[in-house]
Design a protein around this ligand. Structure first.
Ligand SMILES: [Zn+2]
Length: 483
């Protein structure tokens, strides 16, 4: 029997606020354990939560970017459970009345557009972290320590509709979501540090059947690769179980990256197990239409719009995607385009993604606070575009632009590296090289035109890269034909 996978994804994204969701403790990652805590996030009796305004603004921004309706009134609820990393004994989340509902994300799978529904986005606090001692994971550990720095860090949970039909779509959906959240500046999208975490709800059903099969929830997906692999494994596991006549058990499963398998963690809990109720310490959250419009007005350009703008500028798909995945470099590209004058955007992109990235990496420079300002970089590219210098000389020149007070054209003049476009100056050099290589000339004459590359290389070497390769090629072929 042929089965069709049905997948929904829950993404937890940590919001880039300076302080926590209900207290003033900093959210900085990687600090000394239990150094960023206070009575509120430690859950001490009598401490009262105060909602962080920035969290709400970020959550609304995410909701608008994902085409959701922003609810005028939403409610914080207590999700009750016990775990050592949750000192209050409950997590403050949103339950039946979330902030955002009914949105969507457009993804592209093998060149085809597909729309994935977003059921809801709600705000909630993160738990602390357990540090297992004596082993990598909880299994095999002798004991565990608790770090509450992360407790009460603001998250949004983005719940998709069960619209995803393959592991590939699941991966692309999370990649697309990450890109949007990064572009709108609400999440740094760092999967390794846990700023973005995904759980996948996976079920299968016979092709043609409308009713959903029993689902399992796969947790611990902390890379795009593990999302794809875990879903592939889980689909196969369920197909094999049904093939053997077994029923799928609704449960939460843990994905192990080393074995690339999922294993049962606990039987899947239902919402009513958590005894949700409105948090009596927090008033319902009221958002006015005016506040929503203020956030909408500040919404930056979304990746989809940017992609279209870059294509219109003549950039290829690969260049677009490479730019879109590095915000600092992308901002630099935009700044260059803003002052580009006659310089082709494609040339700007080529040099930023190629040589400049290499030079900056080597010199440990960043595109944020770039040592070469966009105006200077564009002036440099204009020299290449107008054949004042060759691309080869450009590569040598680029690092020299850093720390120099001379303009790019002054630098070219002082180094004496402007491109030789004077035919008469090249004629003599070419004549000498042809005279020294009669065998190569014979090869070219007998139809092996590629052999001329050697001669061109010799001319380039002799002119220290200053000759224009296209011109040299033309002159050499002319000369050989006239011999
Ligand atoms: Zn605190």
């Amino acid at each position: 029997m042929a089965f069709e996978p049905v997948i929904g994804i829950e993404v937890h994204a940590q919001l880039k606020t300076n302080t926590k969701l209900f207290c003033g403790c900093p959210t900085t990652f990687g600090q000394a354990t239990n150094s960023h805590v206070c009575p509120v996030c430690l859950g001490l009796p009598g401490a009262l939560p105060v909602l962080n305004r920035q969290t709400v603004l970020f959550a609304i921004r995410a909701g608008l970017a994902l085409n959701c309706q922003i609810q005028p009134q939403s409610v914080f609820a207590r999700k009750n459970y016990f775990y050592p990393d949750l000192p209050k004994g409950y997590q403050i989340s949103q339950f039946d009345l979330p902030l955002c509902t009914g949105g969507y994300v457009d993804i592209v799978v093998d060149g085809q557009p597909k729309r994935i529904g977003v059921t809801r986005i709600h705000m909630e606090e993160d738990a602390g972290k357990l540090l297992h001692q004596g082993a990598e994971a909880i299994s095999g550990a002798t004991h565990s320590l608790v770090d509450l720095n992360r407790a009460c860090t603001p998250l949004i949970e983005i719940v998709s509709e069960p619209d995803i039909r393959s592991a590939q779509e699941a991966k692309i959906y999370v990649e697309t979501l990450k890109q949007i959240l990064e572009h709108i500046g609400v999440c740094d999208g760092n999967l390794e540090e846990g700023s973005l975490r995904a759980d996948a709800n996976v079920s299968i059903r016979p092709v043609g059947q409308d009713a959903f099969g029993t689902k399992t929830e796969v947790k611990n997906l902390n890379s795009f690769r593990s999302i794809e692999r875990a879903v592939i494994y889980e689909i196969k596991r369920q197909e094999e179980a049904l093939g053997r006549g077994e029923a799928i058990v609704q449960q939460t499963r843990h994905y192990d990256d080393t074995t690339q398998k999922t294993r049962a963690m606990r039987s899947k809990e239902e919402a009513h197990d958590y005894r949700y109720f409105p948090d009596p310490d927090l008033l319902p959250l009221v958002v006015t239409p005016q506040q929503i419009e203020e956030v909408r007005a500040q919404l930056p350009e979304l990746p989809q719009a940017r992609r279209k703008r870059y294509r219109d500028l003549g950039l290829g798909e690969h260049d677009c995607e490479t730019l879109l995945n590095d915000l600092a470099r992308l901002a630099y590209f935009d700044a260059c385009v803003a002052v580009k004058g006659e310089v082709a955007p494609k040339l700007i992109a080529n040099w930023i993604l190629g040589e400049m990235t290499a030079v900056y990496k080597e010199g440990k420079h960043g595109f944020e606070g770039s040592p070469i300002i966009p105006e200077r970089f564009v002036a440099f590219l204009l020299l290449i575009q107008t054949d004042k210098i060759s691309g080869k000389i450009g590569k040598e020149l680029l690092p020299k632009l850093i720390g120099s007070t001379q303009s790019p054209s002054e630098l070219v003049a002082s180094l004496g590296v402007s491109q030789m476009t004077d035919t008469s100056a090249l004629d003599g050099i070419i004549a000498d090289i042809l005279a020294a290589n009669p065998d190569v000339i014979e090869k070219v004459k007998s139809g092996k035109t590629n052999a001329a590359d050697f001669l061109i290389g010799q001319v380039m070497k002799q002119t220290r890269g200053q000759a224009k390769p296209d011109l040299v090629r033309e002159l050499i072929h002319q000369k050989i034909q006239s011999l």
